[in-house]
Design a protein around this ligand. Structure first.
Ligand code: A3P
Length: 301
């Protein structure tokens, strides 16, 4: 058992660290009751790699003919309310029937590692969009985020302790590296099933990557949409600057009432590449780089 990020222990289940009450229960429910459909789209991420951003981008893209930009749902609802979190369905009333009543194509977000996905999610024609991020930025983002979610009676988690836990892989849905590499390997084997994106590339070339995303989803932008500026509108709507300035994303809404109390605003911090430079020591950077190299070598061997 690993403790540290929160009051609740993380348990190690088949190579992955999960909260016993929340994530493990959610996973058991999905493995026992969820049947993927060929039209399902899953947005898979390790926490703090850009889930909120990608939720907004995919939701806006898939629904682009349904809504006008001035009255778009993303202007008044959090991306987390627009795309359901598969792992937390168990906490809804009548989870089985509420999943089944969703219209097709269904869009879900999940943090489940590739190796723990139920069979139907792998063998049906459903598709995955995965986004990964530099582990140094993930660590800093997660450390700040968990301190915000941490009960007030606990002392803040130091960066040193967060770093040690993260390096050992003891982190919600961790180890980080196994999560990323699991989806990466699968995306090389089945590129038609898994689109593997990087946060940093998405920041650098959102236009190119959004077009790639729509092609992968089988909903490419038409020439007319491109000339009308639809691609740019979606990028602007889902940008950090826009989403984080919206009233709905500044409000304090309690999420995941089981063990994590998270406000909408906590999903928006800096939205930058390389903020780790402001926090990590030289030794921390070297160790994280070394783990990354070793893990990559193991996969490439
Ligand atoms: P930082 O803490 O580095 O700022 P997740 O959504 O997976 O929880 O990840 C949260 C991280 O994504 C945070 O990173 C957050 O600021 C950033 N983020 C949220 N919305 C974003 C957006 N629209 N564009 C870019 N980054 C975004």
């Amino acid at each position: 058992k690993g403790k540290g990020w929160m009051t609740e222990h993380l348990v190690y289940y088949k190579g992955c660290w999960l909260t016993a009450y929340g994530a493990l229960k959610g996973l058991m429910f999905i493995q026992d009751h969820f049947k993927a459909q060929p039209t399902d789209i899953f947005l898979a991420t390790f926490p703090k790699c850009g889930t909120t951003w990608l939720k907004a981008l995919i939701f806006a893209t898939m629904n682009r003919s349904r809504y006008d930009f001035p009255s778009h749902p993303l202007l008044s609802a959090s991306p987390h309310d627009c795309v359901p979190f598969l792992d937390a369905y168990i906490f809804q009333n009548n989870p089985v029937s509420s999943i089944h009543s969703l219209p097709s194509p269904r869009l879900f977000a999940t943090h489940i590692p590739y190796d723990l996905l139920p069979n139907s999610m792998i063998s049906s024609g459903s598709r995955f969009v995965y986004i990964c991020r530099n582990p140094k930025d993930v660590l800093v983002s997660k450390w700040v985020f968990m301190n915000k979610a941490r009960p007030k009676e606990l002392p803040p988690l130091s960066l040193e302790d967060a770093f040690e836990l993260f390096c050992k892989g003891v982190s919600h849905y961790g180890p980080f590296w196994d999560h990323v590499l699991g989806y990466w390997k699968a995306s090389l084997e089945s590129p038609e099933k898994i689109l593997f994106l990087k946060y940093e590339e998405m920041m650098r070339e959102p236009f190119v990557l959004l077009k790639r995303l729509t092609e992968f989803l089988g909903q490419p932008f038409s020439l007319e949409e491109e000339s009308d500026g639809v691609v740019h509108e979606i990028i602007r709507l889902c940008s950090f600057e826009n989403l984080s300035s919206l009233e709905v994303n500044k409000t304090k809404v309690k999420r995941f009432s089981n063990q994590l109390v998270i406000d909408n605003c906590d999903f928006f911090r800096k939205g930058r590449v390389g903020d780790w430079e402001n926090h990590l020591t030289k030794e921390m950077i070297e160790r994280l780089d070394q783990i990354t190299e070793e893990k990559l070598e193991m996969v490439l061997d």
